[in-house]
Design a protein around this ligand. Structure first.
Ligand code: ADP
Length: 307
């Protein structure tokens, strides 16, 4: 194999009660990448189409993740990466993660797949460290594994893959306002009360049980966030209205996607998810900023090889 073309999916991290420990993979929102072997060793970013992002290897998450994996695999050839960007950077649906995960997936494949997708998570996380300052896994893990990914621990790295219930759909609205991850982090309180912690534990447990047993009601009743939403939602225009509209249209529940400004809702079935999209669209119809709205099944596979 001389080159590989892949679909690199968008992901929703946090999922309300799963702050920093849970993410899910989307199916029809994502970037494409072509990774080609070169005689010259090392890695080069040949082109980025659709976004203004740095081509310098050390400044692009794809380059940083690629270098981390090359250091491990020591191939006697190199790689040239082309990124077709559809996921806007800073949207809160794992734009950097799609590139980090895609780079390591492609390079591993061109080396004969010595590592499993689970083993690749660590290398993709090194790219994430460039984007957000910390090597977090809650976007790259679902991008590489598909379905839901639960981060049980970072040291040692232990990630549990959870299949999504079949009828689960996501609706995501991305209001195109600038919300820096740094600002989204800085509004967070550094302490929580015991009462809040107990509620959050109950909801996270409920969500995981609901996913394993396809209990849609339990999934919906668990999508609450004690830690982050009360503060972070204030940075997202029309947040309360968007969430209420989603509930009124029949969503199981919803919240902030990643660090925002995207807002997600989960629904049972495509029709319900589309109604939610329509209701969200109605909320922002007079807004003075653009919005992208996506309706997607859960991607059970993660990154996909394209013809
Ligand atoms: P999101 O909010 O969608 O998760 P991220 O916070 O993951 O977005 O990443 C966006 C940041 O990462 C931006 O500062 C962007 O410049 C930087 N970045 C570097 N390389 C890439 C890349 N290949 N794709 C997307 N973002 C990148």
């Amino acid at each position: 194999m001389k080159q590989i073309k892949i679909f690199c999916p968008a992901t929703i991290a946090n999922l309300s009660c799963g702050f920093d420990v849970l993410g899910v993979c989307l199916d029809n929102v994502g970037d494409e990448m072509i990774i080609a072997k070169t005689e010259e060793k090392g890695v080069r970013i040949k082109a980025i189409i659709g976004a203004d992002l740095p081509l310098e290897v050390e400044k692009n998450v794809a380059g940083v993740a690629a270098l981390a994996l090359i250091e491990k695999l020591q191939p006697d050839f190199g790689f040239e990466i082309t990124i077709y960007k559809n996921i806007k950077a800073g949207s809160g649906i794992g734009s950097s993660a799609a590139s980090s995960a895609g780079a390591v997936y492609g390079i591993n494949a061109l080396c004969g797949s010595p590592l499993s997708n689970k083993e690749l998570i660590y290398y993709a996380m090194q790219g994430e460290a460039l984007a957000s300052g910390a090597p977090h896994a809650d976007n790259v893990a679902p991008a590489l594994l598909g379905g839901f990914a639960f981060i049980h621990s970072y040291e040692p790295l232990n990630i549990v893959h959870i299949d999504a219930p079949e009828e689960l759909y996501a609706t995501v609205i991305h209001p195109q306002i600038e919300l820096k991850t740094k600002d989204a982090r800085s509004v967070l309180k550094q302490t929580v009360t015991l009462k809040q912690a107990i509620k959050q534990c109950g909801n996270l447990g409920g969500l995981i049980c609901g996913l394993y047993t396809s209990d849609y009601e339990l999934i919906g009743n668990s999508l609450h966030d004690e830690f982050v939403e009360p503060k972070r939602s204030l940075l997202i225009p029309n947040y309360a209205q968007l969430k209420q509209a989603a509930y009124d249209a029949g969503a199981l529940g919803g919240g902030i996607s990643g660090a925002g400004p995207s807002v997600f809702a989960l629904s049972r079935g495509k029709e319900a998810a589309e109604k939610v999209a329509q209701a969200m669209r109605e909320v922002v119809k007079d807004a003075d900023y653009e919005c992208d709205i996506h309706v997607s099944p859960i991607n059970s596979q993660g990154i996909k090889v394209l013809p």
